[in-house]
Design a protein around this ligand. Sequence first.
Ligand code: TRP
Length: 375
Amino acid sequence: MAHETLEEMKVTPWEVSGDVDYGRLMEQFGVEPLTRNLEEKIAQHAGFMHMQLRRGVYISHRDLDWWLKEYEKGNKVGLYTGRGPSGNVHLGHLLPWFFCKYLQDAFDADLYFQMTDDEKFLFNDNLELEQTIALTYENALDVIACGLDPEKTHIFSDTDNIGSLYRIALKVAKKVTYSTAKAVFGFQDSDNIGMIWYPAMQAMTCFLQSVREEENIPCLIPAAIDQDPYWRMTRDIAEKMGYYKPSQIHAKFLPGLAKGGKMSASQPETAIFTTDPPGEAAKKVMSAYTGGRDTVKEQREKGGQPEICNVYAYYYFLFEEDDEALMERERVCKSGELLCGMCKKDLANRVKIFLNNFQERREKAREVLEDFLLK
Ligand code: TRP
């Protein structure tokens, strides 16, 4: 059988390209595979197993078992995630935020949500600081629209909140040498010095709740696996600073609508943004890559290929919660009964309904934004 040549994978906190081999990545990063047992433990506390857990969105972890045990002992636990405000939010970004809402409810945990307007300014030649700061508050609306609890969610901008964050970041920075930063992140001599400082900011949030509450609180970070280098660095110094090592649960990337790669804000035609007019988003779905056959006749004979189809991936990760309905869709796709056009049309409709609801919640979030900001 002819194989397409695989594109070399590249996964750094700033760039994800090529065909991602998660097994190899997990080995390279030295993280533990997420087990059914751990998924079930989470589900036990939550009262149900989240679709993202059932569908394997989360693939690996560090010390999640320990974090769960701390909770089971009756100790307070916390959550941390973040967003680099470089543009509008797309559906891929929402996955971990919905998951944070699930964990927040299950573990009665505070969520610290970092908006890295500094990072996006430093790492992106085309963004002005004023833009990334403005996007911080626009993107915060999306976070809020995911249904988080205002009493337990603390969204903050690195630039606007630096007064309370700087002390912690300094203590982190003093413990990390330049040679470690180079080894972990691959910094080059030509990189600006802000980039080299920035990891101290992303690490700092792991300790923020502990500092504020003057008590050591186990922190769990749900994030895509490309962020892992930050946590490797942080885990090395956490105990030296007198805190627990932060735990992680790592997500895969949601595929974009074009062939291969993750959904990317830098390729707007391949991603559905929460701010897209629903009709526009539906059009994007209609021109998505499916891996369908060249002709209807061939499709009827050979069937579709859900394993490489992006439309199927959307049902799988977001738009078909019902496991049986999903299996049925897979079956009629593979048998050639369901043609790609019809399948896309169904998805386009679901996307429209989703966006209408989400956008309504997102607009309402403007009125309550203040309640969610770190005080
Ligand atoms: N660096 C992340 C980004 O570019 C933003 C971020 C900051 C983050 N802290 C985080 C993401 C913690 C996940 C978890 O989007």
